[in-house]
Every structure is written in C-alpha cells, then in structure tokens.
Design a protein. Structure first.
Length: 71
C-alpha cells in the first residue's frame, strides 16, 4: 500500500517487480495527514506500507521554497 499523494518512484519500483499496488488517499480536509482510517485500510494481505513524512511533504497549497529556506 502506498500513501498518496506522494512520490511516484515508489509505485514504479514496486510495479517493476510485479507487485500489486494499492493506494491510501490522503484528503485535503484532513490537512493531507494520515488519520486512523489507514488502520482500516490495512489487511493481512498488505505486505508493505510506504508512507513518507518529511518537512517537504506534499502540500498542494504550500508556496514554493525560496532560496533562503531550509530544505
């Protein structure tokens, strides 16, 4: 399972080795953050969960970083 939106590279890497990919969609109304709903989406067949939490995480409404910003 891949948490989306996120980096497309994870999906491509998994598909390149014939993994079935399921998505868990983050929602704008939740501030693009994980909620307890992820627990309901996981099943015994979920062999791997990919989630990324970084300072530069996906924020569609965020401004582009400036030269003086810490990255």
């Amino acid at each position: 399972m891949i948490v989306t939106p996120g980096f497309a590279e994870y999906r491509r890497a998994l598909q390149s080795v014939d993994c079935a990919v399921r998505e868990f969609l983050l929602r704008e109304e939740d501030g693009w953050q994980l909620t307890g709903a992820i627990l309901d989406a996981l099943t015994p067949e979920s062999g791997l969960l990919i989630s990324l939490h970084a300072e530069q995480s996906y924020r569609p409404a965020a401004r582009a970083p400036s030269a003086g910003d810490d990255c």
